[in-house]
Design a protein around this ligand. Structure first.
Ligand SMILES: [Zn+2]
Length: 264
């Protein structure tokens, strides 16, 4: 009989030890200052940031940067274009085009993944939801995968220029978030469908008249609003492709060239 319970006791105690060790790590960590320069607050839990900066990191993908909008976004894309021009001069236009095309060919999603937004389920993995967005971009919006590659390279350069403080983990996470959100906007996962709306007249004009029932066909628009983690996953999928094609090292090369010239 005692052998029956022995295996339940062991995992519990090891779980308790694990919890205790996290608590110890937390209390040690919470004595250290937040990683954001000039922030005097103490870190929260096992994060490298204080509560406010950790929240910003989770919501916006970065403790201090935010999504480039309007003018900033145009600047980001224009700088990406300049970078590609420079790379074409340096490595030859034919070579650069073939690298870009090779990466673009790897951006694929099955047309069957473009399912109606109302069928997107919380239990689907982040990668599945990211693939649904990609399928909408490629098949429903007839998007060119090359624009995603160019966007990623521009965003990678943008993050490198804006963030000179944090390590690659924070930087890559932010680039992924920027790219994922922009691709999701281009993909516009939505569907219009017609449904019958039934309404009953509340006040008939005569007391002896029957309540009238109205049925009309109305258009309903279903949309899908992804969470930050899905945006990040979508960007990460593009990053995995670019890393194999070594195009990310071209961004570093261009950045170093700017830095030497003192423009960065
Ligand atoms: Zn802070």
């Amino acid at each position: 009989m005692t052998t029956n319970i022995s295996w339940t006791v062991e995992p519990d105690s090891s779980r308790m030890r694990a919890r205790a060790s996290i608590r110890v790590q937390q209390s040690v960590n919470e004595q250290i200052k937040c990683d954001v320069p000039n922030c005097e607050a103490k870190r929260r839990g096992i994060s490298s940031f204080c509560k406010a900066h950790q929240n910003a990191h989770q919501d916006k993908g970065h403790p201090v940067l935010r999504m480039p909008r309007g003018e900033e976004r145009r600047w980001m894309l224009a700088e990406g274009e300049r970078m590609l021009e420079w790379l074409r001069e340096k490595h030859g236009a034919v070579n650069v085009e073939s690298w870009l095309r090779a990466a673009a060919r790897r951006i694929t999603a099955s047309p069957s993944m473009a399912i109606p937004p109302r069928k997107i389920d919380r239990r689907m993995t982040q990668r599945t939801r990211a693939e649904i967005i990609l399928a909408y971009f490629l098949h429903k919006r007839r998007g060119d995968p090359l624009t995603i590659i160019q966007l990623y390279l521009a965003a990678e350069l943008y993050t490198r220029r804006m963030d000179k403080v944090f390590g690659p983990t924070v930087r890559n996470g932010f680039t992924n978030r920027v790219v994922g959100q922009m691709v999701a906007r281009w993909a516009k996962v939505e569907e219009e469908r017609e449904v019958y709306r039934v309404s009953v007249e509340t006040m008939p004009s005569w007391a002896n008249q029957e309540f009238r029932r109205h049925e009309d066909l109305v258009k309903v628009k279903d949309t899908y609003k992804p969470q930050t983690s899905v945006y990040k996953m979508l960007g990460k999928m593009v990053r995995e492709i670019l890393r194999k094609e070594l195009l990310l090292s071209s961004v570093r090369e261009y950045y170093d060239h700017l830095f030497v010239k003192g423009e960065a």
